[in-house]
Design a protein around this ligand. Structure first.
Ligand SMILES: NC(=O)c1ccc[n+]([C@@H]2O[C@H](COP(=O)([O-])OP(=O)(O)OC[C@H]3O[C@@H](n4cnc5c(N)ncnc54)[C@H](OP(=O)(O)O)[C@@H]3O)[C@@H](O)[C@H]2O)c1
Length: 349
């Protein structure tokens, strides 16, 4: 019930000899995407995880999967440490990938978590924005419940910039584009920037870090909006014509995963029922991630997909002068912030 069916991945989709990295790859959509990459015969799949124990468990699960065993028993499956809450962890992750991974075909920025309150990340930014938030609102018997999901924005941006040269060099070697994708959301269209604009000389980082302007009701939308901003910027940096790296973002729809694990006990049963009734199975939801990263071509560059279809005008503000000015400002500021941790990134300013 609810969501449109996502068709099976086309039979010709083949990742033989390719390497994919999935952040948040030990659970939910990320783990399933890793499994599907393996069934498409990827040579090497690296899951980025914050817990070595969970990474080990996930590797064992992937290796034991009957379809993986049947179709791709010799694939290399590894877990690299990455805490999306922390820029420094992103820097360390990029260094490890650069030294141990000679080719990178897919970087899937997927990881995230649910939080309900204003928190600061290890890097000192509001956590939902350091991560990338997802919030959903459900009116239940006059009580407003807020589900807020944090998926990393800022650290994902840092690792994307850091690994861009590797994605480009791999594309050159293959003579075909590689993919850099973010898990986004259709809810970005309800962002708060139109109603609560930045002051003319205001900092976007300060705006989103400020507890006084923090609004749990819109933070999810704002974070998904920021993914759109950054995807547009990254697409520009790569180049719009015949891009060597296809940069896009997609919405998987409502998917039945462990996403609600950090919700308060009283809210979990409600979300459980909601997902049971309305959500896609994780294997179906993950097909939208596979589509964006393995099937989509350059027509999706800088674009947003939902139900595997390229959408345009999803956030009208971004096509207006004020939105373009915001995008430019946010790009410069975030590059400068990332450069404090990895000075080489300042070349993207
Ligand atoms: N499920 C949905 O309905 C839905 C809808 C739209 C978009 N999405 C997006 O889909 C993505 C995956 O969500 P999911 O539904 O698969 O949720 P999930 O089952 O909770 O998986 C989230 C993954 O992110 C990892 N993660 C969380 N915080 C992290 C951190 N600080 N550092 C590193 N990894 C971290 C988790 O690792 P741990 O196991 O260590 O926590 C886990 O591997 C998210 O970006 C979410 O916004 C989901």
């Amino acid at each position: 019930m609810g969501a449109l069916p996502i068709p099976p991945t086309p039979p010709g989709t083949d990742l033989t000899g390719k390497t994919a990295i999935v952040t948040g790859g030990n659970a939910g959509l990320g783990l399933e995407a890793a499994r599907q990459y393996l069934t498409l015969k990827a040579a090497r799949v690296i899951i980025a995880v914050r817990s070595p124990a969970k990474g080990k468990e996930a590797i064992a699960e992937l290796k034991a999967d009957p379809t993986v065993q049947k179709l791709n028993p010799n694939a290399a499956i590894e877990a690299f440490p990455l805490d999306l809450d922390d820029f420094q962890s992103g820097v360390d992750f990029v260094r490890k990938v650069k030294s141990e991974v000679p080719e990178l075909d897919i970087l899937l920025n997927n990881g995230g978590t649910n939080i309900l309150k204003y928190h600061k990340s290890a890097s000192g930014h509001e956590r939902v924005m350091q991560g990338l938030p997802l919030s959903a609102r459900i009116l239940v018997t006059r009580t407003l419940l807020i589900r807020e999901t944090a998926v990393n924005v800022y650290t994902h941006f840092l690792i994307s910039l850091g690994l861009l040269p590797l994605l480009i060099s791999t594309a050159e070697r293959r003579g075909a584009p590689t993919h850099l994708s973010f898990v986004g959301s259709s809810m970005q269209s309800s962002h708060s920037l139109t109603k609560k604009p930045l002051t003319p000389n205001g900092s976007f980082l300060e705006h989103f870090d400020d507890q006084k302007t923090y609004d749990a009701m819109t933070r999810y939308q704002d974070s998904k909006f920021m993914v759109n901003v950054l995807v547009r910027g990254l697409a520009k940096v790569v180049g719009e014509e015949n891009p060597k790296v296809i940069v896009n973002h997609m919405c998987p729809g409502l998917v039945y995963t462990g996403f609600d694990k950090n919700l308060p006990l009283w809210l979990k049963p409600l979300m459980y029922i909601y997902r049971r009734v309305s959500a896609r199975h994780v294997s179906e939801g993950a097909r939208t991630l596979i589509h964006a990263t393995a099937a989509e071509g350059s027509e999706s560059h800088g674009k947003f997909l939902s139900n595997n279809i390229i959408r345009s005008g999803e956030v009208p503000f971004l096509d207006e002068a004020a939105g373009k000015a915001f995008t430019e400002k946010a790009w410069k500021e975030l590059v400068a912030e990332c450069s404090k941790f990895e000075p080489g990134l300042s070349r993207y300013a």
